[in-house]
Design a protein around this ligand. Structure first.
Ligand code: ADP
Ligand code: MG
Length: 240
């Protein structure tokens, strides 16, 4: 099974005090396993609405959505929660780390909630592996407030990966970062992608779309779909 996300004729209608707003208007999307997809489009075009559907945070008003072969468009809230925790890692523009928890505890947080069978020592091992993978093996006992923006986003990436998700949904992951940190985070996301995790990212920054498939959304439908190939990206150095 190579298709990971398959959305067919997706509609999302919001009711704003009696006024109907069509955020998605029969949108079709497929994402295959292993892809790196960038979603672009003007403000209000439906990007966040689409991400919420793919992230199993919301259901379409009409249309069918399959995630990893499972039809999610008519699932209950608890079924959606299960898919979300087992298959999806989330990354946000604002990092969304818990400021009172150390880097280590932030990354462990989703593991505690979801993987209840793991022993304390195995949890610790998984967390350390993920933090080393993002190059933060030396920052594990720091509080997020002591880290740079780029480092915080690395922690968020480690947290997103800790449950070994099928795909990562990143909503403007570099929106709050300077150009150097942006480049580092994009290299890391491409590394994660090469290791087998599918990445779906909303972005406004063209620089971040190199070597990805770009889907442009306008007025709730896909307006264009093209592969952007640039030079081969530099392999991300794995640190110990
Ligand atoms: N919860 C909501 N209630 C009502 N309207 C909404 C809601 N969320 C989004 N919309 C409307 O749906 C359209 C698409 O919004 P959104 O998906 O947030 O676009 P984007 O992320 O591309 O900026 C907009 O017209 C927006 O005002
Ligand atoms: Mg949005």
């Amino acid at each position: 099974m190579k298709t990971l996300v398959n959305g067919i004729e997706l509609w999302k209608t919001y009711d704003l005090g009696g006024v109907q707003v069509n955020a998605l208007r029969g949108l079709n999307i497929t994402v295959d396993k292993g892809e790196f997809v960038s979603i672009m489009g003007p403000s209000g075009s439906g990007k966040s609405t689409l991400m919420n559907m793919i992230g199993c945070l919301d259901s379409p008003t009409e249309g069918d959505l399959f995630i990893d072969g499972k039809k999610t468009s008519d699932m209950s809230e608890s079924e959606l929660t299960k898919i979300r925790s087992e298959k999806i890692g989330f990354i946000f523009q604002t990092f969304n780390l818990l400021p009172a928890l150390t880097v280590r505890d932030n990354v462990e947080f989703p593991l505690r909630n979801i993987n209840k069978k793991l022993s304390k020592s195995s949890r610790r091992k998984v967390v350390e592996e993920c933090l080393k993978m993002v190059g933060l093996g030396h920052r594990m006992d720091h509080l997020p407030g002591k880290l740079s923006g780029g480092e915080r986003q690395r922690v968020a990436i480690a947290r997103a990966l800790v449950n070994r998700p099928k795909f990562i949904l990143a909503d403007e992951p570099t929106g709050n970062l300077d150009s150097e940190a942006t480049e580092n985070i994009m290299e890391l996301l491409h590394h994660v992608n090469r290791e087998g995790t599918t990445v779906i990212m909303v972005t406004h920054d063209k620089e971040t779309t190199k070597n990805t498939r770009i889907l442009r959304i306008r007025d709730g439908v896909i307006e264009s779909n093209r592969m952007r190939t640039d030079s081969i990206p530099i392999p991300y150095p794995v640190t110990g």
